[in-house]
Design a protein around this ligand. Structure first.
Ligand SMILES: Cc1ncc(COP(=O)(O)O)c(C=O)c1O
Length: 392
């Protein structure tokens, strides 16, 4: 069975740098397999039929809300991933703006480094997008964001931290700018929610990024990235639980009577809820913190290895286990071609041309092999095959 899998990238040997976030631990894999198997057939469409799923969903959303210091008034919803969490947040903002401010032709303001999910949500919800310039260190330019906000702005966002370069946007200044105009602010912690809190617990300096900032009104926090759940698990958190009513869909017209869903899906996979619950309870704060200690060490080793190769240079000042780098001497994509041929699935980024890696715990065992191959690639490449398509 599944002979076709032989053609897939070998993530179990650290060859992917996003898409999969393996811990490399058999005990964690076992927990995830058991949880997925236990809820293979169930349907989270109707939680009254499956109260165990309702309880696990409440647990997961509550744990994530407390991880990002949400206040007692907060509400949180389980979604299928970062994109759906962001979609819900944008929809809620559009609906609130309509109801509370009478806005019918809204816009959302985001730095260009925002994940495409914001533009995608705007596309689905009929909002205008206002992407703004970045500073030289690839973070959001606060004055460009401030200038782009107007009376029709329904949402402003910043990334904690961003996907392309792994740098923190100035969330405090951005959220204050939004608050001054009475506009909601989304801190996108799809990557950071299970990284930054554990860096803080290790005593590292982390700029404020969560509900401790009064201007942060909503956040996206993925469990299926650095929370190490299998795919299909994210949480959207709102400062005020009442806003969640705007993301629910209710319908009474069809002959079957009342129909209600809290988010996009109708029939909904149950196993992601179980997997998120199981892995979060299994690891707990202490193990997440210890995993982060190792991950930061792996990141430093990767960083040292990359910068020891002549011409290779890290882009910006990445805060966590995400590095993007370029070459001052060569076409970086030509180097990537050689890495591709050797089975490494580095992500290519466009602006500036670079290579992008989201480091996972599993990479601890592959740093030396990776750096050796990268040094070889830097010294022995041909003409470049170019940027190509990237889905990071
Ligand atoms: C910062 C950030 N936001 C949002 C997303 C979207 O998440 P997903 O791919 O789970 O929909 C990603 C995905 O990598 C991301 O890095």
């Amino acid at each position: 069975m599944f002979e076709q899998k032989a053609t897939d990238i070998d993530w179990r040997h650290g060859r992917t740098f996003s898409l999969v976030y393996p811990t490399g631990r058999a005990d964690v894999d076992d927990i995830l397999v058991q949880a997925n198997l236990a809820y293979l057939y169930e349907n989270a469409l109707n939680l009254r039929r499956f109260p165990s799923l309702a309880a696990m969903q409440d647990d997961v959303t509550g744990m994530v809300a407390s991880l990002v210091n949400a206040p007692a008034s907060a509400g949180a919803g389980f979604t299928s991933g970062g994109t759906e969490s962001i979609f819900m947040s944008v929809l809620v903002s559009r609906e609130r703006a309509k109801k509370e401010r009478g806005i019918t032709n809204g816009n959302i303001v985001f730095p260009k480094s925002a994940h495409p999910a914001f533009a995608k949500a705007a596309f689905y919800t009929g909002l205008e997008v206002r992407p703004t310039a970045l500073t030289a260190d690839f973070t959001a330019d606060v004055s460009a964001v401030t200038d782009a906000i107007d009376d029709n702005t329904v949402l402003v966002m910043g990334s904690a931290y961003g996907n392309p370069h792994g740098v923190m946007d100035p969330i405090e200044a951005l959220s204050e700018a939004a608050m001054k105009r009475g506009v909601p602010f989304h801190s996108d912690a799809c990557i950071g929610a299970f990284v930054l809190p554990f860096m803080e617990r290790l005593g590292l300096q982390v700029p404020p990024f969560d509900f401790r900032l009064p201007g942060v009104t909503q956040m996206s926090c993925d469990v299926h990235k650095y929370g190490y759940a299998t795919k299909g698990a994210s949480v959207v958190v709102y400062r005020d639980a009442e806003w969640m009513a705007h993301q629910a869909f209710t319908y009474d017209i069809w002959p079957s009577g009342h129909y209600r869903t809290p988010s996009v899906a109708g029939a909904r996979a149950a196993s992601p809820i179980a997997a998120a619950w199981a892995v979060m309870n299994y690891l707990g704060e202490n193990q997440y913190t210890e995993i982060m200690r190792g991950l930061l060490d792996t990141t430093s080793r990767m960083r040292e290895g990359i910068t020891s190769i002549p011409g290779l240079q890290i882009l910006g000042d990445p805060i966590g286990p995400l590095l993007s780098f370029t070459s001052t001497d060569d076409d970086i994509f030509a180097i990537c071609d050689v890495m591709d041929d050797r089975g490494w699935g580095l992500n290519r980024i466009a602006d500036p041309p670079g290579l992008h890696m989201m480091i996972s715990p599993i990479h601890a065992s592959f740093v030396d092999e990776f750096v050796e191959d990268l040094a070889f690639a830097a010294a022995n490449h041909g003409p470049s095959r170019g940027l190509g398509a990237s889905y990071n």
